[in-house]
Design a protein around this ligand. Structure first.
Ligand code: BJW
Length: 236
């Protein structure tokens, strides 16, 4: 059965109080991407990188899913078709809202990765630092946040591409289309026959590839879009 793929970006968590990256008050205004979101930045200054992610992890514990996350969980439960969320976000708000089929292509704020042995451990809730010891290989200082930085291969591309190539509906919610390979997903889906909808208050860099654009906030517009899909009135 052809399913539904939903690509989500920072915009879906904005109404929960998590800053986006490229807004005027976004994360990249106060931090240089090269310093906090590249493997080279981590080697140069692990303490700075740990501080950046520790602050974001601690903030995550203070926020809740918003109606956009809840609407996607409802779509998964009530749709007769398989629904997959491919999120670029490293927060756990989709899971907390009740979604089960979530692929975190850019990693997970609540997981650690050993840059020496590759072991990943989830359930990280306390601050990380450059003195930590890997519980798997015993290396000191090799543990990093389990995040996909620039120049690194996003997770589960081998699962994502077949989902894009077989889906009937592709939704893109709250992503600016600056970062690849995620920005290329709409073309992969549309070229194989998917109907594509973008939901974003501003047109993304890739908006022209979509059949329909909804200008608005995810928390306000996604519940209605989900209703349309569940009623079977979305497709022309
Ligand atoms: C709302 C809203 C509301 C606000 N409701 N919406 C040239 C061509 C192609 C590729 C490259 C290239 N040069 C370099 C590359 C590769 C590079 C890349 O794309 N660079 C670009 C900058 C050009 N990509 C990579 O390196 C990736 N790896 C890779 O390519 O590996 C090789 C490969 C080869 C072949 C196949 C596959 C792979 C890795 C990318 C890693 C990205 N990492 C980050 C940081 C880590 C995570 C973290 O710290 O949280 O991920 S960067 C950052 O950007 C983060 C995000 O996930 C990602 C996307 O940002 P997003 O989500 O779109 O946020 P914003 O802020 O940009 O936009 C928010 C949107 O929400 C806006 O549009 C608002 O309007 C909207 N919004 N309120 C709905 N209420």
């Amino acid at each position: 059965m052809r399913g539904i793929v939903v690509l989500t970006g920072a915009g879906i968590s904005a109404e929960s109080g998590i800053p986006t990256f490229r807004a005027s008050d976004g994360l990249w205004e106060n931090h240089r991407v090269e310093d906090v979101a590249t493997p080279e930045g981590f080697v140069r200054n692990p303490s700075l990188v740990h501080r950046f992610y520790n602050e974001r992890r601690n903030h995550l514990f203070t926020v809740d899913p918003n109606p956009a996350h809840t609407a996607l969980a409802r779509l998964e439960k009530e749709s007769g078709s398989p629904v997959w969320i491919v999120t670029q976000n490293i927060d756990d708000l989709h899971e907390r809202a009740g979604s089960d089929n979530v692929i975190h292509m850019h990693g997970d704020l609540l997981s650690s990765l050993c840059s020496r042995c590759g072991a990943r451990r989830d359930g990280v809730r306390s601050d990380m630092d450059e003195h930590m010891v890997c519980g798997d290989c015993g290396a000191v200082g090799s543990l990093r946040p389990d995040i996909v930085w620039f120049g690194e291969m996003p997770y589960r591309m081998g699962d994502i591409m077949p989902l894009l190539e077989s889906c009937e509906i592709f939704l893109s919610i709250g992503t600016s289309g600056h970062v690849y390979p995620a920005a290329g997903f709409v073309e992969a889906a549309v070229s194989r026959g998917a109907y594509a909808v973008e939901l974003n208050p501003e047109p993304s860099l890739i908006h022209s590839h979509f059949h329909r654009r909804i200008a608005g906030k995810a928390g306000e517009c996604l519940p209605e879009l989900v209703d349309e899909i569940l009623k079977g009135t979305l497709l022309p």
